[in-house]
Design a protein around this ligand. Structure first.
Ligand code: NAD
Length: 280
């Protein structure tokens, strides 16, 4: 069994991004990424802080807009429009989830798709669906990159994607399909989940339910990717029962240290892509 070390690969990617950022700076170009954080959700604050720190580390200039929970949809859209028009800003990230009174879809669509480094805009989702991506969601992009690093070929493989969310499940299924895998997407209404997961050469879980994927649900020698992040008794855990599943898997991601660091590395990568797109 091999551990897919996302932390190590993310470090390597960040180093190469740092070099590229330095080269851009010599040409007078400073990559800029804007974060918008609404309210005081502690997990969202942690994520934005981690992403801001990652930007600092590679030399990407970051702007933080913190807005109160009660902010109106219009006020939020006005800030996005201002950032869309700001030539110093190459990427705009609105940290999700947003408070209930704000329509998430409207906010995502307000972002200029050329600055949509999260890859959530319908234009970017549509491009991915057509097999011609511009910006793709960072988590599935990081998973593809991680598998590539370990020479895991997805072409012709049976993949089961547990979780059909817009951030991971759906774009992951599209990326894998584009790469030649046969993908089955499972979700909360899927019946006999185990029957399906047991057939997977590559099993990916993005649900957020600790212990969902147990050893009896996994085929011998499968590649197991755990996207889930939950807190149990103060510890960060994934969806997979790592201790037992790792005995059966050929490759497996740890939580933490697997998919999470790759997500942040891909955000930096997408920001750099946005700069290149603008400068070309
Ligand atoms: P989401 O709410 O958009 O999607 C969850 C999906 O899980 C839904 O499709 C739902 O139908 C499915 N589901 C729920 N219960 C299920 C069950 N019992 N069996 C099968 N399917 C079930 O969530 P999301 O934004 O995709 O996030 C999922 C998890 O991944 C969360 O724990 C989140 O914190 C984590 N996450 C981690 C990273 C990372 O970088 N590691 C990035 C994004 C999300």
């Amino acid at each position: 069994m091999v551990i897919l070390d996302g932390k190590k690969l993310a470090q390597k990617i960040r180093l190469s991004i740092k070099e590229e950022v330095n080269q851009l700076k010599q040409r007078g170009i400073i990559p800029g990424l804007a974060f918008i954080l609404v309210g005081d959700n502690p997990a969202s604050q942690v994520y934005v802080n981690m992403k801001t720190k990652a930007c600092e580390e590679v030399g990407i200039y970051s702007i933080n807009h913190r807005m109160p929970r009660e902010v109106s949809e219009k006020e939020l859209i006005d800030v996005i429009k201002m950032l869309n028009d700001n030539p110093m800003v190459h990427g705009i990230l609105v940290q999700l989830p947003l408070p209930k009174h704000i329509n998430e879809e409207k906010i995502i669509e307000a972002i200029d798709y050329r600055k949509d480094v999260d890859g959530f805009h319908p234009y970017n989702m549509g491009r991915l669906a057509r097999g011609n991506p511009l910006f793709s969601s960072c988590t599935p992009l990081g998973i593809m990159r991680l598998m590539e690093e370990y020479s895991i070929d997805v072409k012709g493989k049976d993949v089961v994607m547990v979780g059909a969310g817009n951030i991971t499940g759906k774009p992951m299924a599209l990326m894998l399909t584009n790469a030649g895998a046969t993908v089955q997407i499972c979700h909360i209404y899927t019946q006999n989940l185990k029957e399906k997961t047991k057939r997977a050469d590559i099993l990916i879980s993005a649900v957020g339910k600790p212990g969902l994927i147990t050893e009896d649900m996994v085929k011998e020698g499968a590649v197991v990717i755990d996207v889930g992040i939950s807190r149990v008794e103060g510890k960060v855990v994934g969806d997979v029962d790592f201790e037992n599943v790792s005995k059966k898997a050929s490759y497996i991601t740890p939580v933490p240290g697997g998919v999470g660091p790759m997500t942040i590395a891909m955000l930096l990568y997408n920001t750099l892509q946005s700069v290149k797109l603008k400068e070309q």
